[in-house]
Design a protein. Structure first.
Length: 256
């Protein structure tokens, strides 16, 4: 009797699993690769090269001073410190009352000192009281007659100086700074044309003003001579032109 065996196909699923497992393992790798590709930023083409210029410039404006300031010293000597101070106080008060009657004059009573001085010859001491008094005005025609009157009264004129007022200095400083910046713009334009390029923008600009020199005192000798005279003449004084300066620096970007 012949016996026949029919394949049952029990080993077929094993062959299918062998094919499916590599495919399943490859899926995460493909997803990771696509995700990494999506996260890579696009390449940006390089822009045109730029040239940097560092420039410096100055601006200046000339002006006549518009403010006159005389400085007086009021002094009194006495054996008694109280008497010396009373004399100074009285003379300062009288001078300030005179100045108050003149339009446009500003008065300031400043440093006040009292000291004892030894007299070697007489072997005694004197008390010296001093105070500084300043007057300020824009119009010298009204201030200078007052200065002459105070000199005639024995007040000692320490100095007489012209200066530029704060308001005028601020306005002219801005004008000098503007001139400096305009010069920067001119330099940048000319140099860019020479290099065959053009100005794209000013990357940085620094502007600064230079302080004015302190005015030199005038009429000092004439003032002391007049203080000893019975009738002091009216002093004369004219201010010299002063220069207000400003400097500027900048970094300028050029492109073809």
């Amino acid at each position: 009797m012949s016996v026949f065996f029919r394949p049952t196909g029990l080993h077929t699923p094993a062959r299918h699993m062998a094919v499916v497992l590599p495919v399943l393992c490859a899926v995460p790798l493909l997803l990771a690769a696509s995700r990494a590709q999506a996260q890579t930023p696009p390449t940006v083409p390089p822009g045109p090269s730029q040239t940097k210029l560092t420039l410096r410039a100055e601006g200046h404006v000339q002006t006549l001073p518009d403010e006159l300031t005389p400085t007086f010293r009021i002094e009194s000597r006495d054996k008694s410190p109280a008497s010396a101070q009373q004399a100074v106080n009285g003379r300062v008060g009288k001078a300030m009352e005179q100045a108050a009657r003149v339009d446009g004059v500003t008065t300031a009573a400043l440093e006040y000192t009292v000291s004892e001085q030894q007299q070697e010859k007489s072997n005694t001491s004197l008390w010296v009281a001093q105070q500084t008094l300043t007057f300020k005005a824009h119009d010298s025609k009204t201030l200078l007659p007052l200065v002459g009157q105070l000199q005639a009264q024995g007040l000692i004129l320490e100095q007489l100086e012209w200066s530029v007022s704060d308001e005028r200095r601020a306005a002219l400083t801005l004008q000098a700074e503007t001139e400096a910046v305009k010069d920067l713009q001119k330099q940048a334009r000319i140099l860019a044309e020479t290099l065959g390029q053009h100005v794209t923008r000013f990357e940085r600009v620094d502007v600064s003003a230079q302080p004015l020199p302190r005015p030199m005192p005038v009429m000092l000798m004439a003032a002391r001579m007049g203080a000893d005279a019975a009738q002091a003449p009216v002093p004369s004084s004219t201010g010299e032109a002063q220069t207000i300066r400003a400097s500027a620096s900048a970094t300028v970007l050029l492109a073809p």
